[in-house]
Write a protein that binds this ligand. Structure first.
Ligand code: 0WE
Length: 255
């Protein structure tokens, strides 16, 4: 029980295929008590059904991460119910679909603003509210993707948002290090989740990874759960400000 007595807060569960769900299950299996947020009424039932198997002390709270009042309410409730917080998972991203279809050069000011607000600034806002509750230190984990570092056609403004998320991870790690709060990202290879649905060429991308990654396969959600568990655990006590690649080695290749 690597996380016995720990309390965690999970942002980004949409359904059973969500990376957030895989990491939450790994945290729960190791003894953590969890709270979940959902984005919009349409996702509430999904989260309620998934979490039904967990204990009665599991919290489910609404949160649109672009609304400061909703974020404040979530952390007020965590303070009341849990009294402290040890773990936070940020597995949230959004860019308007049109921005992921055309050319990056055509990204509108509005699409850029939305993508960076939802996908990157939200980590800063959540970390700021989480820090005062992380009385014994803590671990904050975000999700990134290689498109932050290199051009992945059509990833476009999401690549810029993930670059901002990775840089924010480093600045947060510096600020919060004095409170023994670690901040890291997992850069995952492509996974077939709701966020990937309908992305043109996603099937070909999975095949490309199988052909080119050193391990000749794609990462599984369970493996991302295990990586999220590692970063939450004391095994990662000296790891902060990092981007850990869980991509079957794809990222080391030059050709
Ligand atoms: O970060 C992501 C996707 C995040 C995402 C997905 C959507 C689809 C629906 C953000 N915003 C939206 N907006 C929508 O309207 N990934 C790492 C998965 C992903 O998305 C891609 C990829 C990969 C990989 C888009 C283009 C190319 C590759």
């Amino acid at each position: 029980m690597l996380l016995a007595g720990k309390h965690g807060l999970v942002f980004g569960v949409a359904n059973k295929r969500s990376i957030a769900w895989a990491i939450a299950q790994a945290w729960a299996r190791e003894g953590a008590t969890l709270a979940f947020t959902y984005q919009g009424e349409r996702l509430r039932e999904n989260v309620e059904d998934l979490v039904a198997a967990f204990g009665k002390d599991t919290l489910i709270l609404p949160c649109d991460v672009t609304k400061d009042e909703e974020i404040e309410q979530v952390f007020a409730q965590i303070g009341k119910s849990f009294g402290k917080l040890d773990l936070l998972l940020h597995s949230v991203a959004f860019a308007p679909r049109t921005a992921l279809e055309g050319a990056f050069v055509d990204t509108s000011r509005e699409a850029f603003k939305i993508a960076l607000d939802v996908s990157a600034y939200s980590l800063v806002a959540l970390a700021r509210q989480a820090a005062p509750l992380m009385l014994n230190g803590g671990s904050i984990v975000g999700m990134s993707y290689y498109g932050a570092r290199k051009v992945v056609p059509h990833y476009n403004v999401m690549g810029v948002a993930k670059a901002a998320l990775e840089a924010s991870t480093r600045y947060l790690a510096y600020d919060l290090g004095t409170k023994k709060i670690r901040v890291n990202c997992i850069s995952a290879g492509p996974v077939n989740t709701l966020a990937a649905r309908g992305i043109a060429g996603f099937g070909e991308m999975l095949k490309h990874y199988e052909e080119h990654a050193p391990l000749h396969r794609n990462v599984t959600a369970e493996e991302l759960g295990a990586t999220g568990l590692f970063l939450a655990s004391d095994g990662a006590a000296a790891i902060t400000g990092q981007v850990i690649y869980a991509d079957c080695g794809y990222q080391i290749m030059g050709m």
